[in-house]
Design a binder for this molecule. Sequence first.
Ligand code: SF4
Length: 388
Amino acid sequence: MDTPVPSLYIHVPFCSHKCEYCAFYSELLKPEQVQRFVESLCGELKQLGPALQPRTIFFGGGTPSILSLHQWETILDCMHGMGWGQIPEWTVECNPATVSKEKAQLLKQGGVNRISMGVQSMDAHLLERLGRIHSREQVFRSFEILRGAGFENINLDLMFGIPGQDLKIWHDTLDTIHALNSEHLSAYEVIYEDDTPLFHQMKAGAFDVDEDLIESMYESLIDRSTAAGYHQYEVANFARNQTSQSPYDVPHWACQHNIHYWRAGDYHAAGPSSTEYVQGVRRQHVSNTSLYCDGVQSGGRGIVSEETLIPPVQQGEWAAFAMRMNQGLDFKLFEERFGHHPTQLWGEQMQSIQSRGLAVVEKDHFRPTPLGMRFADAVGSEFVYLQD
Ligand code: SF4
């Protein structure tokens, strides 16, 4: 029998409103559709159960916290029926507008031990600009509820480079968030995805993208978060409790689920539009909730595509992901997995990256410099192999 897969991602595809920048697959909440989704999700989890022994579970979306107490009870009962035991890291994404005391307690008692809350900004005008449904006050309120329910591991998500955001507003958000003392922070630059309202506004000239300002925001994110006791372990991720002095270790509160992705580990996925990666095969679920439910209810999983990645693609992805983390590319781990030393495959590229000050070769690692972390996508693209 194959080794059980240690990670599971679940996509909950519902939101109460579409944000201006959002390109994720989600639909507006319709009660009958949600009920059918919950039943189908449980059906898919039952199919997957024996193939999994999760060390990490991540409910993302969409807005998982939009599900009702009753719907969460159904999902939790289904998960408990799998015999997986206690899950070391089980995250649920929450929107500050949809956190209640009862829901927080239910999740905590059900085994969820990490919450990731989408704050994005603490500025009322910018929250409106982004089309977010929550307020600054709801962030404080929800954070308190989550702590009151016993959550000791909370991530807060932020965005920078938002049109209309200046350094003063960004610093106010950072300082306010640091004062909440969450265990983890993620901060992403706004991406103008095709076909989002924000993309069309930018194309129509409604605002300019100021790269210098964005650069300053990223720098102050790192400086202020470091001063507030966070340790950057990935391009956009910071966590508390860096007990080791080694640059190859991650902080205690680092997100193990995401680290598993960045180390190109196997993970299953359930729910519409989700993608899984198991033993070199990538599978994609249909990005349509009705079709997903039809697929599961007729005995399948709603998978619409499957691609077997050839070794050069797997190796390239491994290296590109690794260069997002402070640890960089671990030569020993790479050799154990693929049978080659990275310098045999990318000697020239690595030299060129190093000569541009983007990474350094150390004894057993190729580690990004702070500049290399800033341009991790460009660095990573030098390892990627495109499969026809
Ligand atoms: S809450 Fe998240 S998934 Fe939903 S529309 Fe906003 S950004 Fe997209």
